[in-house]
Design a protein around this ligand. Structure first.
Ligand code: AMP
Length: 396
């Protein structure tokens, strides 16, 4: 697969699919610009060669056409500051105005197209829509790893119109390289930490990891489905009743494969789902009725941190508790600390997207782990061994 380093963009107009799906506050101000910063090197490379850049992205999940709060125009000033230029904006990603601005672009100009998802053809992967987008540029660069698991018009279908001029940007390249580091030839011990709300989102990856890891540490809401499968009383904790049998199977599978699967021995419990709830610490197998486990407890923190500190390869996906509430964020913080320590001792650590990435960013630890993935679902699907349409489309 071609990378942008193998291409000279001089005199070319590069259509770059980026992931500018950034959070905005009620005044439409960007509250976290991580995703913008991530693609700056790709854009600079193209501009540096003497190319022009046409940026296309989605933002949020608009339902029926344009919506002010999902407009990418809110990013224009931030981008103009970053590149010290006046970034142009097309108020519709297709149509005569976008075509006219694109035609007029000079080397080193930047054009940002309005939210692709204002057209339902984007998510449908409509070929005519993809073709119209393609007509705006001479070369296609995909740097949106976070949507690479979708066969949308701008992430996959569009590549058909650039049989010889399609390639991945630096973000996509780094994401794939880092994902491969936890898949093949890993240094051992290899520990995967799986947390978050639901086991159902993570079944396939957990099964896949059973063939690779030495330790599988379970945390977050999904722990309680495992505790229940192990015969525990979990009170009102989150549980997926229809996955209890599956959790039991995973426990048995770990035993067969010699993987040490750990369930948090104790939990921080609360009498309601609130930061103001009464809290207590109990064994995860003995949570009283009406109480719920909202974080891993002190013994689990210590055991997990020990395993992590002695690991050489670490994959972490999903928080250990309701980390958005300060009373239930201690477990996630303790795990983050241990991952940072292990990394300092030479371990390779990959933080896999979504909420664990948010937690690591929130703690200011992003530079102290090996890599923080920007792609939640895409990373999981890649690790499950699925073909990502956005990646496959770049293959020649
Ligand atoms: P996920 O999107 O599956 O990674 O789940 C992340 C969400 O799980 C976060 O919003 C957490 O607040 C939530 N979560 C983590 N632990 C628990 C728990 N013990 N009970 C309920 N929700 C939880």
């Amino acid at each position: 697969m071609r990378t942008i380093d193998q291409y000279n963009f001089a005199g070319k107009k590069a259509l770059v699919r980026v992931d500018f799906n950034v959070p905005l506050d009620e005044h439409n101000r960007i509250t976290d610009d991580t995703r913008i910063r991530a693609v700056v090197p790709t854009i600079r490379k193209i501009l540096g060669d003497g190319g022009a850049v046409i940026l296309m992205s989605h933002l949020g999940r608009p339902k029926n056409g344009p919506e002010e709060k999902y407009s990418l125009k809110h990013l224009v000033d931030r981008l103009s500051d970053e590149f010290d230029t006046v970034v142009r904006f097309a108020p519709d990603c297709t149509g005569p105005e976008a075509a006219a601005i694109a035609k007029d672009l000079k080397p080193r100009d930047i054009l940002l197209l309005e939210n692709l998802r204002f057209h339902k053809e984007e998510e449908k992967g409509d070929p005519a829509f993809a073709k119209e987008l393609a007509s705006l540029g001479d070369v296609y660069v995909n740097d949106a790893f976070g949507t690479a698991h979708r066969a949308h018009a701008s992430t996959a279908i569009i590549a058909d119109y650039f049989p010889h001029d399609k390639m991945m940007g630096y973000v996509m390249q780094a994401e794939l390289e880092n994902a491969r580091r936890v898949l093949d030839n890993v240094e051992r011990p290899y520990t995967a930490i799986m947390g978050g709300a639901k086991i159902s989102d993570k079944i396939l990856i957990i099964e896949k990891l059973m063939d690779k890891v030495d330790y599988l540490l379970i945390g977050g809401g999904m722990s309680y489905t495992f505790v229940k499968a192990d015969g525990g009383n979990i009170g009102s904790s989150l549980v997926e009743e229809d996955k209890v049998a599956l959790a039991a199977r995973l426990i048995a599978m770990a035993r067969e494969k010699g993987v040490t699967l750990m369930i948090p021995v104790d939990s921080v419990i609360a009498d309601e789902f609130s930061n103001d709830a009464n809290v207590d610490i109990k064994l995860s197998h003995h949570i009283p009725p009406l109480w719920m486990g909202l974080d891993i407890g002190p013994d689990a923190r210590e055991t997990y941190a020990d395993v992590i500190r002695n690991s050489k390869t670490i994959l972490w996906n999903g928080p250990m508790g309701v980390f958005e509430m300060s009373n239930f964020s201690v477990g996630t913080e303790a795990i983050a600390d241990a991952v940072v320590d292990a990394t300092l001792r030479g371990a390779y650590s990959l933080i896999g997207g979504g909420d664990s990435a948010a937690a690591v960013n929130q703690l200011g630890y992003a530079d102290r782990v090996s890599y923080v993935s920007t792609g939640g679902g895409a990373l999981l699907e890649y690790m499950e061994g699925k073909t990502l349409p956005g990646v496959a489309a770049l293959e020649e």
